[in-house]
Design a protein around this ligand. Sequence first.
Ligand SMILES: [Zn+2]
Length: 473
Amino acid sequence: MISRQKTLVAWIALVAMSMMPLSVLAQTQIKYHTNKYSVQDDIKLGREAARQAEAQFPLLRDSEVQGYVERVGERLVRSIPSEFQHPEFDYFFKVVNARDINAFALPGGPMYVNRGMIESARSEGEMAGVMAHEISHVALRHGTAQATKGQKYSTLGAIAGIAGTIFGGPGVGQLAQAPFAVYMLKFSREYETEADVLGAQIMANAGYDPRDLANMFRTIEQQGGGGGGFLSDHPSPSDRYARINREAQMLRVNAGARDTREFNRIQERLRGYGTAPTMAEIQRSGQRYPVGENTGNTGNTGNYPNNPPRGRVEYPSNRYQNVSIFNGGVQVSVPNNWRQINDGSSVWFVPEGAYGQYNGQAVYTHGASFGVAQTNSRNLQTATQELINGLAQGNNNLRTSGGYQRTTMSGRNALFTTLSNTNEATGRPENVRVITTQLRNGQLFYMIAVAPQSERNFENAFQTIMQSVRIND
Ligand SMILES: [Zn+2]
């Protein structure tokens, strides 16, 4: 029997608790971002991307390892706070036989965990931490939220143009073409922090110490794995470490059986396979693969710098090299002192020192990029205007200067127009040339060339590049 007095005491305690400042007790509240896509769109995008990813990644086909990663993944998924659970999502987990410490998740739930990540983790909790972070991007629908915002120089391209499907023939819908762009996007600092915070909350719900997510950043750094993948994210690993630990103080960790023996056994089993190839090695061996989130580059392009572009670069070489992009759908010649950077759905060719990050955005000062945009019009000029409107959304300083000129590219009718811009990283005025033509399927193929207005020597290079373009759709 409960006495009156006890009830009263309990009631007072309850009032006292609810009057304590919320900041002391409460975990960080996270909200969804504006998203013009539906939950069903996330699912469709992720499914298509998963199909493509699996055509390109070597999966580790080991049912024991597979089963283990699935069990950890499912426990985390069950622990997603209810407001971020989407019963329609199909979370699944597969292991990629690659050494790089990385993992990525696709909209709607598919997740790929590199074998190197499992091998590097010092505990199941650290491995689960990376997975919880990735699950959080999915649950918060960051891929489509980011696509909603638009991306610099690839606003439409990011939504519509994907290397793997551009030349995939008819029947490929607009949405089906978005996935690569979506998961190759560099998420903003804000999104990364949200995924860390929600990841920590999921960890605690699942019975893992959320500080293990923070510890994983240390582990990766210690193992020299900072050169790409999970760690090359911004904010800096030490900021993330501190932020996650701060969140951890506000979280109550549920009871959960953590079987370290099983984790050790799985690591042992993986070591028995010998050394996994790196993603760069996989690529050199002739297989294509998309990069994990936030790396912003491919294996053959080196690391994407975290600092702003220097903006001081060599003249374009007079010697050109032929490059095949978009699965061989486009051939182009570029100066042989330029390097290729696959940035989201677009491909850039840039001299050293001409690219970097500024305010969490990829910024280019010199170079040419190529991409494909899905536009609403089949009229070349109207479609081009849509593209330019999209670019203007991501670049406040972008101004049209002069109208369209007719030209040709790859033997097709093309339009050429020059825009002026102020580069946000260097503050220098620059010209942005946009050349567009249409693919057989009605999509808009574009080349965007950027150089400071004072550096005229780039004009010839851009002309040569434009004339070298060969489209095989
Ligand atoms: Zn992330």
